[in-house]
Design a protein around this ligand. Sequence first.
Ligand code: ATP
Ligand code: MG
Length: 419
Amino acid sequence: MRYRAPKGVHDIFSPDIHIWQRIELSAQELFKVYGYTEIRTPIIEYTEVFTRSIGEDTDIVEKEMYTFYDKAGRSISLRPEGTASVVRCYVEHSLYTLPSPQKFFYMGPMFRYERPQKGRFRQFYQIGVEAFGESHPAIDAEIISMLYNFLKKINLNDVNFELNSIGCQKCRTIYRETLLSSFMKNLDNFCPDCQRRYHLNPLRILDCKVDRCIEARQEAPSIIDFLCEDCKKHHEEVIERLSYLQIPYVINPNLVRGLDYYTKTVFEATTSNLGAQRAVAAGGRYDRLVEEFGGPPTPAIGFAIGMERLITLLKEVLDITINLPDLYIATIGEKSEKEGFQLAEILREKGLRVEIHYGGGSLRSQLRRADRLGARFVLILGEDELKTGMIKWKDLNKKQQGEIEYGNLPLILNLIKEG
Ligand code: ATP
Ligand code: MG
């Protein structure tokens, strides 16, 4: 019986894993400079943590969550995104009592029951950040700038930022009314889901990806025209700061994002190189969520980056350097193998990546193996050589060979490092 991983999930290993690690390291380094510390929340939460925050009639909660009952009959869900858990943690541990802003980053798997396709998986990874306690629009621009700098740092240059404001409760109430009367005229043209959303949450119609809905909502009013004074000022200030930092963006008045908790600023980083799944990262402000989770009123903003989409893009531009062996130790006979066994450990302690094949085999097969592994250097510990104290070396890159004094470790190290 050969097993396969469940549909829509995948294994990650070399050589791809080297890109993953490089991206993760770049994120850690950059986010640290902006004052973010890592946060690790559980992969499971009580289902309500997600339904309450993301919204009952969003795609994620309606169709995409992995929900089950545990043995005590509690409804548990695998996290479909990171923000809800971070907010739950922030409130549960009263992190708002710490000096603000408090800034966190996370990286890890998310789970959504979606139709698997290019750039869309059932287990996928996100790197995300959340900043709590700062209401000034400058931090909106700062966080977008951090995302911009991150993408630049990992050599992803072909990215556009789309920006919008979806206002606050106040502006959305008026907008909602106008939207309803606008959709009323051609409600039949929308998909059944949107016809239902019309009554429950009409703003969601703006996020529907069905072609006929995209067509049918062409005439819809834009939220930007309905922003209250405060939201409008906030939006303008974000734009001004982005221009100040020379970060390229476009305003997309249809950008509402697929989650209900956003207020004011929403944004996406998109690229034309990914086809339909073009968003590499997305985020926004969520000024009411901490309060809804039982904490004090706390403005907050964050974004999440989709790792797989980054990897797809980077694979095209990066030439991956994998961790090839610095040295292969070939041995002939039992005594020589034991000698090599010990030498390998000594050299690994010095930081060299050393391979050795236990149990012998012909010298020819060992050399072939060294070559296939991509080893740069080979040391041959033959019985006779060990007796004379002079062993053979081969530099497989430079196609050179010679002899070296076996007992002289610094000399051997030098030879390999220079090779
Ligand atoms: P989309 O519109 O592509 O469905 P989304 O609005 O559902 O994205 P978010 O919840 O904002 O996505 O997640 C942020 C990022 O995570 C996305 O921009 C994308 O790069 C990535 N992402 C989301 N869902 C998936 C998935 N099923 N598989 C792989 N990556 C994903
Ligand atoms: Mg989605």
